[in-house]
Ligand binder design. Sequence first.
Ligand code: R1P
Ligand code: HPA
Length: 291
Amino acid sequence: MHCKDQISHKDYQRTADWLLSQTQHRPKVAIICGSGLGMLADTLQCQDSFKYSDIPGFPQSTVQGHAGKLVFGELEGKICVCMQGRFHMYEGHSLCKVTFPVRVFKLLGVETLIVTNAAGAIAESYHCGDVMIIRDHINFPGLAGLNPLIGPNDDKFGPRFPPMSGVYDKDLQKLAFDICKSMGVSQFVQEGVYCMVGGPNFESVAEAKLLYKLGVDAVGMSTAPEVLVASHCGMRVFGLSLITNKVVKSYEGSEPTNHEDVLAVSKMRSEMLQKLISGIIIRMDINNNKA
Ligand SMILES: O=P(O)(O)O[C@H]1O[C@H](CO)[C@@H](O)[C@H]1O
Ligand code: HPA
């Protein structure tokens, strides 16, 4: 299926030019914050912040826990831009709208994308409050033909047939592990496969059992489209899932999942995630990375 919103290179450029005219910051790193994780932006110094509703061409956030602000700022000399709130397919946005900011970031000069999300645990060994470093993903909507790259390819961004093996940067994964170790939080850290489903409903028991059999470790309703588009245009990608709930895999006696619990766990772990992500951004140079 072709993306229902036609977005041209000029549209992305127009938004990028507007932002460049409104802030002196020239970010190399972009962070997309998951449900309840928007406080990551608070770490940035010398902030310039814009409501999505004031940015030409930007979609609007409608989900509780997604503030709808784009924050530019500095972290020990590293210039960043942070999305406090992302866009989801289940809100009714087309996938090119969901991923619109990523291409705008590319035109701003961003080289590294960090994505965070709230996700449900499929893996038996995961607990609420664990942090999963994303090693790979399964893009369920993509496998069924819902993909932001469908339609005429814009060669200025990337190739028609982009590879998706090795999309999550290994050096940044290792750096994240090292930082967790030095923070003394290794016991909460997992590494695994994130699966995107369409939402907005949480999984049925049979769906949860299916995901388990497929080797999924954590499930959510976001992230894969942004990662696809970032990788297509040559960005380095790092992703973290905060495990906010155990997905119900049994018909006997489990509490159903709800968004309020998701937000409560996000709040509980927000400080740790803030420290981890700022540590990654600050130490990128030490590891001879690009940003
Ligand atoms: O993926 P993020 O935006 O973190 O949010 C997750 O939390 C919401 C469900 O509680 C869904 O939007 C799901 O995708
Ligand atoms: O259990 C879940 N399923 C899908 N998306 C989610 N986002 C947070 N938790 C979940």
